[in-house]
Design a protein around this ligand. Structure first.
Ligand SMILES: C[S@@+](CC[C@H](N)C(=O)[O-])C[C@H]1O[C@@H](n2cnc3c(N)ncnc32)[C@H](O)[C@@H]1O
Length: 278
C-alpha cells in the first residue's frame, strides 16, 4: 500500500496568511489544490512560495497529524506518544551548537525526522549523504543529546566528501550520547557492500555527481537484503519536481508490495520524504 500525507487545513490557512502578509498574493487569494501556475489569486499546494511558508507554520500540528496517520495505518502501535518538550529542548541545543553552512532541512522536516526516530527507536542504522550532519541529527535524534529516549547499538554516517564528514563529526561531538555513531568518508556504493547487516533503519540523502538522486535505488538495492523485515527506509527530497525522473525507479521499487509492505510520501515541504516499511 502506498499513500500520500499532506498538511491539513489549519496549516494551509496559516501559510496562505503569511503569503498575503508578505505581499505575494492578493488579500482575497484563496487555496485551490490544483490551481494553475502563476495565477496569484489562487494558490496551489505545490506552489514553491506556499510550501516554503507551509513548512514553517503549524509544524507541531503537522507532526501530531502524522503520528495519528501512522497509528491508523498500523505502522506504529496505538499506545505510542511523542514528547514534544524533549524534541524542542534537543532542537534548541542543536541550533545553538551545530555549524551548518546551508541546509534543505525545513522546520517541519526536523520535527518529522525526529518523530520517526522516536517512534522507531532504531538499533542499527545507516545514513548516506551525511553532509554537515544537519539532516542526520534529526533522523537519529531520539538516541542522542542530553535526554536520549533510548540507547542504540550502532549507527553509520557515510559521505563521499571527507571535509563535510569531518564537519559532521565535529558537530555531533558537541552533543552528549553520540558514541554509537561512526562517521565514514567514502563512496556509499562501496561502503554498503562492505558493512555487515542487519539494519533496521536507512536514511538516504545523497546527491551523486554522476547519478544524481538516481543513486538512491542503487544504494537501497545494495542494502535491501541487510534491511530486516519491519525495517524502515527513509528517503529525502522525493517531492522535488526536478528530481522526479531520477527518483522514478526508487519510488517504483519501494511502492511495490513485493519489496515493501507500505510506503508513505510526506508531501509537507518543498522537498518531501518517503518512508517505506519492509
Ligand atoms: C546535498 S547533501 C544532503 C544535504 C542535506 N539534505 C542537508 O540539507 O543537510 C548530499 C551529500 O551527498 C554526498 N554524496 C554524493 N555522492 C555520494 C556517494 N557516492 N556516497 C556518499 N555520499 C555522497 C555529498 O558529498 C553531499 O554531502
Amino acid at each position: 500500500m502506498s499513500l500520500v500525507f499532506r498538511c491539513g487545513e489549519k496549516s494551509i490557512e496559516l501559510a496562505l496568511e503569511r503569503m498575503r502578509s508578505d505581499g505575494l498574493v492578493s488579500d482575497d487569494a484563496w487555496f485551490n489544490f490544483n490551481a494553475p501556475d502563476r495565477l496569484r489569486s489562487e494558490v496551489a499546494y505545490r506552489d514553491f512560495d506556499f510550501l516554503t511558508r507551509l513548512c514553517r507554520v503549524g509544524d507541531a500540528e503537522t507532526s501530531r497529524a502524522i503520528l495519528e496517520c501512522l497509528k491508523q495505518n498500523e505502522i506504529v502501535s496505538k499506545d505510542l506518544s511523542f514528547d514534544e518538550e524533549v524534541f524542542e529542548a534537543f532542537q534548541k541545543e542543536v541550533k545553538q551548537k551545530f555549524k551548518i553552512p546551508g541546509t534543505s532541512i525545513t522546520p517541519v522536516m526536523e520535527r518529522l525526522l525526529f518523530l520517526l526516530s522516536a517512534l522507531k527507536r532504531p538499533q542499527r542504522a545507516i545514513g548516506l549523504g551525511t553532509y554537515h550532519g544537519y539532516a542526520l541529527v534529526w533522523a537519529v535524534g531520539a538516541s542522542c543529546g542530553a535526554q536520549p529516549a533510548y540507547g542504540a547499538e550502532k549507527f553509520y554516517a557515510i559521505d563521499i566528501d571527507p571535509d563535510v564528514t569531518q564537519s559532521a563529526l565535529e558537530n555531533f561531538a558537541q552533543l552528549e550520547h553520540t558514541d554509537h555513531i561512526e562517521f565514514i568518508a567514502g563512496d556509499g556504493l562501496d561502503i554498503v557492500e562492505q558493512l555487515d547487516g542487519p539494519f533496521d533503519y536507512i536514511y538516504l540523502d545523497v546527491d551523486s555527481r554522476e547519478l544524481g538522486k538516481g543513486i538512491y535505488l542503487d544504494l537501497l538495492q545494495g542494502l535491501y537484503d541487510k534491511l530486516e523485515v519491519g525495517g524502515w527506509a527513509l528517503a529525502h527530497d522525493t517531492c522535488v519536481p526536478p528530481f522526479a525522473d531520477q527518483l522514478e525507479g526508487y519510488l517504483a521499487f519501494v511502492r511495490d508490495q513485493d519489496n515493501f509492505s507500505q510506503s508513505i510520501s510526506f508531501d509537507i515541504d518543498p522537498f518531501g520524504l518517503e518512508l517505506s516499511i519492509k
